[in-house]
Design a protein around this ligand. Structure first.
Ligand SMILES: [Zn+2]
Length: 196
């Protein structure tokens, strides 16, 4: 069960995998995959009213997850606000109703997470830094080398300033044991295999 609040400290204007409580004042929503513990509040009327009442506020997810939402009677009313995205294609988002100029433009890239059909990680890049939100994911040793979105044009690994790892399972190394885990200054690349 995910206990993540949905807020990324670096980008408090967006919410990932939470659609209730304090997240109802958000200007962009992201859904990593269609498992119920990552969809809290998504089918509530109050969330639907928030989308209806705020121009330019959308829900972003991978195209496969969007199909799951369309096939669900509970989530079908969200269709007008669902923005399906392919993976590995950076999306520039201008957040509505955000006064701080440094915060209102983001680049978000969906990266396949290997957890279930439609599951993605979100790489969020803005002027204040770069965040990688993993959601539930499954990756093996050396997989990072094949993820283009995590590399600069010259082939070096991108600097990730904040890493949100959402896992309640222990890795074989014992490093990750609780959920969620937020880390800063992840700068040397990701070579370990972590399974959730
Ligand atoms: Zn899951």
């Amino acid at each position: 069960m995910s206990s993540f609040s949905g807020k990324l400290k670096a980008f408090p204007q967006i919410s990932v995998d939470r659609f209730d409580r304090r997240n109802l004042a958000i200007t962009a929503y992201f859904l990593s995959h269609a498992h119920s513990d990552h969809m809290v509040g998504l089918s509530s009327l109050i969330f639907l009213y928030h989308l209806e009442g705020n121009s330019g506020v959308y829900l972003y997810c991978w195209s496969i997850t969007a199909r799951f939402l369309q096939a669900s009677i509970r989530h079908r009313p969200l269709n007008p606000w669902v923005r399906p995205r392919p993976h590995e294609q950076p999306l520039k988002i201008t957040l509505p109703n955000v006064a701080e100029e440094a915060c209102h433009q983001l680049c978000v890239t969906l990266i396949p997470a290997g957890h279930c059909p439609g599951s993605v990680m979100f790489l969020v890049e803005g002027r204040v830094g770069t965040v990688l939100y993993t959601g539930d994911f499954r990756t093996g040793v050396g997989d990072v080398e094949g993820i283009r979105a995590l590399h600069n044009g010259n082939g070096t690994v991108k600097t990730v300033d904040w890493l949100h790892v959402d896992t309640h399972c222990s890795a074989t190394t014992g490093i990750f044991s609780t959920s969620p885990r937020e880390r800063r200054a992840w700068k040397s690349g990701w070579r370990g295999g972590i399974t959730t």
